[in-house]
Design a protein around this ligand. Structure first.
Ligand code: AMP
Ligand code: MG
Length: 345
């Protein structure tokens, strides 16, 4: 028996999973609540540019909705603090002061940046919140019609360097050393918000639930019928068909995918995750899912492994305890970390 509490249920050709790798075109995580049953309450909303869903299992309906409301307020608070798209946020203040002065911030933001810096160190800069200088170059909102010039890329990529994000512990301040530098939490913010929402829900007595922050999930406790939470993996070869179910309790499942936000230019697909070494969108993988107890860590590592690629990404995950991954390459090969058993052998 494997100790990792994650199972796969299949209603498909079981031989499919015996192969070391198999073909898929698309990978998607969906959350399923037990809609319609009396003690499961689901609330859908929109934050951080993405749909969110909060599910709680609780006997007292009013308490459940009070908790959901508090979690919603918390998500909005986090977004207001960390969003680099909101002029009023502390992150925007840091960005405006790049190359000029340090900005004193709330301990919460200071600590979030410190943790992000640790992931940068762990990944030799593959993960880097100062990737955000590239936001001026790569736009994934449909407005981009031509490839950027090499010159434009090299000017912006020169501004990416997590080692030039200076944290002063005593002052609780952040300084971006060079003018034009920017930081952004696109790769970690939803995971952090999911963690925070879960914390509030638990503090308010919700012993079981799931927060789905734009596809970044964290679940705890059990579904209403006592079963583990099920996370559907869509069958990429057959539209709207479930390939398999991941069953989890007290786990986060976060996917970084090239299908989430991308632009097609000159017949080639460019996805929203940037290689900080080159300033170009990363090629090579379709998706990376990380499964571990913490949504922020899962979020950070999914992006990191996406940048590192199959070999180096797997190598990193294998070094970390309690963290598993599923990688799908551009060639539709599926690779998993060694403790994640996706076979029925
Ligand atoms: P995710 O979907 O969690 O993998 O996050 C992708 C988002 O993270 C992008 O849309 C960018 O906002 C941001 N991002 C892109 N490249 C990087 C990188 N190398 N390191 C950190 N954040 C990045
Ligand atoms: Mg991420």
């Amino acid at each position: 028996m494997r100790s990792f509490p994650l199972a796969l249920i299949m209603d498909l050709d079981s031989g499919f999973f015996r192969r070391k790798s198999f073909l898929v075109l698309f990978f998607l995580s969906l959350s399923f609540g037990v809609k319609g049953q009396s003690h499961t309450h689901i609330h859908e909303s929109f934050h951080m540019g993405s749909p969110f869903a909060i599910t709680v299992v609780h006997e007292e309906e009013q308490k459940a909705w009070e908790a959901i409301k508090a979690a919603e307020i918390e998500i909005e608070r986090v977004e207001a603090l960390i969003s680099s798209w909101k002029e009023s946020s502390q992150t925007s203040a840091i960005n405006r002061a790049a190359g000029k002065n340090a900005v004193k911030v709330d301990p919460e933001l200071f600590q979030l940046i410190s943790r992000a810096q640790k992931v940068s160190e762990l990944s030799a800069g593959a993960f880097d919140i100062s990737y955000a200088s590239m936001d001026r170059i790569w736009k994934f909102d449909g407005s981009m019609k031509t490839l950027p010039t090499e010159d434009a890329i090299s000017i912006s990529v020169a501004k990416i360097d997590f080692q030039k994000v200076i944290l002063d512990q005593e002052q609780q301040s952040v300084f971006l050393q060079e003018e034009g530098m920017r930081i952004g939490f696109g790769a970690i913010g939803k995971g952090y918000a999911a963690n925070r929402a879960k914390k509030i829900l638990r503090e308010m007595g919700m012993t079981a639930g799931m927060v789905n922050a734009g596809g970044d999930l964290i679940a705890w406790g059990r579904e209403e019928d006592g079963s583990l939470w099920k996370i559907a993996v869509a069958d990429p070869t057959k539209e709207k068909k479930v390939l398999a179910w991941l069953e989890v309790d007290d786990k986060a499942v976060v996917t970084s995918g090239d299908y989430e936000r991308y632009v097609i230019l000159e017949g080639k697909r460019y996805a929203h995750i940037i290689d900080p070494r080159t300033g170009w969108p990363v090629q090579g993988l379709k998706s990376v899912s990380i499964i571990c107890p913490d949504a922020e860590i899962a979020d950070a590592l999914a992006t990191t492994v996406f940048v590192l690629g199959k070999e180096k990404g797997l190598e990193l995950v294998e070094k970390l305890r309690g963290i598993e991954c599923i990688i799908i390459t551009d060639e539709n090969e599926i690779v998993t970390s060694s403790k994640l058993n996706l076979s029925h052998e």
